[in-house]
Design a protein around this ligand. Sequence first.
Ligand SMILES: Cc1ncc(COP(=O)(O)O)c(C=O)c1O
Length: 393
Amino acid sequence: MSRLEDTFLADTFWKRPITLTRGMGDRVWDSDGKEYIDCSCGYGVALLGHCNPRVVEAMRRQSEKLLTCHGSFYSDAREECLSRLSKIKPEGTDKVFLSNSGTESVESAMKLVRRFTKKKSFIATVGGYHGKTMGALSLTWAAKYREPFMPLLEGVKFAPYGKADKIRELVDENTGAVFVEPVQGEGGIITPPPDYLKAVREVCDEKGVLLVLDEVQCGFGRTGKVWAHQHFGVKPDILCSSKALGGGMPIAATFARADIMDSIKRGEHSNTFGGNPLACAACTGAVDALLGDGLLQNATEMGALFKRGFEAVDSRMIREVRGLGLMLGIDMRFEVMNIILSSLERGVIVLEAGKTVLRLLPPLIITKQDVERVVEVVSIAIKVEEKKRAPGA
Ligand SMILES: Cc1ncc(COP(=O)(O)O)c(C=O)c1O
């Protein structure tokens, strides 16, 4: 079948061979009516489950009232959303800037750093991912994303992830901030050593540079706490969040200390859609669902169940099972694309993170029964691939 997605839409994604038409909770259905357990959730977006009832209802009500309201007018929907965001604002931050995507939340953070510190360079981490607009791309590690678009922002240095001392060595008089993911997502689901973020915080304080935490993927309940950095006992100066924040709608929030946020003057940074009423209503519903439905506890319990399940799979091909809460990675000894496709055929959607890591970002509402089913299906797919690769096969 000839599809406009193939012939007209920019060819920027490797596509799975199915068309999704419906979703509810941890399930999605394709155009043939086949059902899947979705452990991709739109790369982490549908964290509260597809079409979460609180999100849908908040959007339905708002969509009958007002769809757009520029930031130059007050909005009742935005006010309500801000009341929810103020409940979950990371400790140490006092204000928020609203935009529409993860990369935009990082761009906003970069501009805040420049404006507040008047310094021009940044430190990011090896394996880190912060988005693909020119600024955020400058902080993103992978050469395949960066090199076709050189030159990017000058003066970005990369420190090995998990090693705070290396950051100390790289900071100089031009460094404005260190950008870190509390758990690396695209980089392969890497949880740093337990004292890493505290040590990074200490380096930042000692050297007078800002600490920006990118929680676009690991934040908003994904790891079993509202923010992943809460596992590590640190406070950010700026925090970037997006993906799950809108329960499926595009919205992003950059939280910052008041003195940092106030350094930006009217007109110096803004956008048309940030804080629009529909996305704000969705975000209000999403925060209510996150805090009101006991989901954080479920993330911790189901995450542990997933880990135990995969650790029990008897395969020489599994190097490591890792993750925090419901941000999970299975590091394999070979490329994982065939496992992803064969799990898909068997009704389970999983992701990759790099070539050899299977990434699972299931929704917080996933049940024990579905966790067991996912482990069963993915381990069959692993075994099939292992057999194909066995000497003499
Ligand atoms: C940690 C992190 N930061 C930033 C981004 C960029 O977000 P977006 O794709 O919404 O621009 C992502 C996307 O995967 C991410 O994982």
